[in-house]
Design a protein around this ligand. Sequence first.
Ligand code: PLP
Length: 390
Amino acid sequence: MDKFIPLSVPNFEGNERKYVDDAVEQGWVSTGGAYITKLETNLADYLGTPKVAACQSGTAALHLALIECGIMPGDMVIVPTLTFIAAVNPVHYQFAQPVFMDCDDSLCMDPVKLRRFCETECFLKEEQLIHKSSGKLVKAVIVVHVFGNLADMETIMEIAEQYHLKVIEDATEALGTYYTEGRYKGKFAGTIGDFGAYSFNGNKIITTGGGGAVTGRKEKEIQHIQYLSTQAKDDVHYYIHHEVGYNYRMTNVQAALGVAQMEELEEFIRRKNSNYRLYSELLETFNKGRMLTFRPGTRSNCWFYAVELDQVNRQEDLHRIISALQEKGIQSRAIWGLIHEQKPYQSALTFEIEKAVEYSRCVINLPCSTQITEDEICYVVEQLKEICVR
Ligand SMILES: *Cc1c(COP(=O)(O)O)cnc(C)c1O
């Protein structure tokens, strides 16, 4: 058989089949059932938060968080441009306006520019941040922990407190990442801001096929999110509704997968960390680029490995390398195209975007499944070195 090393595939080595069979056997396959509650409890215990709401997707989790923040049509929400577009689309679902922000060398939002935007482009009036030139309210910031790397939450929270911004952490890639030092020592990605969203899509660190979750500081708000996610149904029998709801709740079959995956999460993180170290060692002698690192003072879940390539300044160069790897049976991918350059967002507001442009041209992701072997990692690095010398 030809060699094929996938970028990122799910790992079902645990109780997945057992729990899914159980859910099917019991007939609880839809948006009610014990596995949903169990997954929510397990996540809340793991994260150390009062409550978690399980959703159909990470995107739904982010949308519900924005609704709970009170984001209304015409409001502004500060978002990163270098990330997956699902982090931004929910802003549009609320008919609010994204303001695109640059990244720093962690690939996460640049807090220096975030502060500068608030300081120079906005003013505070009665504890509300107002965008000078449009007069619109700037209500929230969505911070993405890119590839499992914590954004600089210490600085971002300071800014958010000063300017009365709600903070939604998009921790869809960062379940299991936490601070080991500093003001937020012991705090997980997604538990520091007002809300944190997780995703259990097929390529994430744990998967329910499709799925997500949202947590937050206030139990009441997460309870309300659960209510909104189940069509805002007020009672069991009479179909009384006081609000517009959504069909966003996770199903019991998905949750059965999730409960099994949670049992393995720490083992997955252990493997991701050890494979990351091996890649880093092997790439130390690579003179055409470097492995991007995770923030010091944190334990990262090391979800995705990113290599910054030298002398790759155009998308064509990056695609040539990706195709060459593909021919060797190695699946890799380019980092995302910038969101503010995508058709739906081309007329949106941007602020001093520079670094994101550079990184979007020269970063590739290498295979990172938990099942990858040491031999396969050596092979990937060998091939990458060879291709980049050519
Ligand atoms: C995966 C992902 C999402 C969306 O999660 P889904 O479960 O696929 O809806 C949002 N933001 C980022 C940064 C992601 O990587």
